[in-house]
Ligand binder design. Sequence first.
Ligand SMILES: [Ca+2]
Ligand SMILES: [Ca+2]
Length: 263
Amino acid sequence: MKNTNSSKNIHFRFNFHLFVFQMVPLPDLLHQVDFIYSHMSFRFKHYHPFVLILLFVSLTLNSCQDTLCGCESFENIYSNDFSKMDLHNFENGRLFVFQNDTILGNYNNEEVSVTIPGLPYHNVVRVTIELLIHDSWDGNLDEGFSGPDFWFMKVDGEEVMRTTFSNSPCESTYCIRQSYPHDYFRQNLPKEGAIQTILPGLCHLRGTPNGTTKYRVTRLIKHEGPSVKLTLGDELVQTNSPDPKCDESWSVGKIELSTFVVQ
Ligand SMILES: [Ca+2]
Ligand SMILES: [Ca+2]
């Protein structure tokens, strides 16, 4: 047991030194040394080579301390808004243009995955998805042919989120509720937690000004290892429609991943 901890420590230190070289490039370090040296008194300058070496070591150690305290997160180590048509490491990835933006999708009863390699040492990842819910999603409705309309997220094959979305209007006589922003089953209002609700529908509600709803879905997930496979998918139900994908579908405007070391 002790050996395991020790090897973890070594692993951490190794990565930690990598951070130092990434965070404090050598030219910056030399610039700091030069600045401090030029402002030193003559008495210190008398010991010229020794002082220079001492300064260099001291600044390197200070950088190490800064790294330990504040540089253990990597914000947006992966960020893809598909504007460069980047489908590298995707499975079942495809693109289309919606509202003059190239985005990932659209999907109905499908999964799409991306594998992100080369992660720094971490024990938590934060995944942020800009998700577009197109057309007539039916949320928690469970009458046999329209729902529930599930959307889910997996990390390395393990489900970390399962919820429903509803694009229904909500009036006193008619309101189909959704589980988001919570996991299924919760009775939230349709479009709750959305960041944009006035986008046009894609197919079944094409031309309807509030037929697409945009969400920023964020989850913090415990994760270790040098790579992560992120999977997004749905289980949409619309058995009474001749074209279920036109009736309801989803797409993704952006995927972001950040890593953290939480102690
Ligand atoms: Ca529907
Ligand atoms: Ca449905």
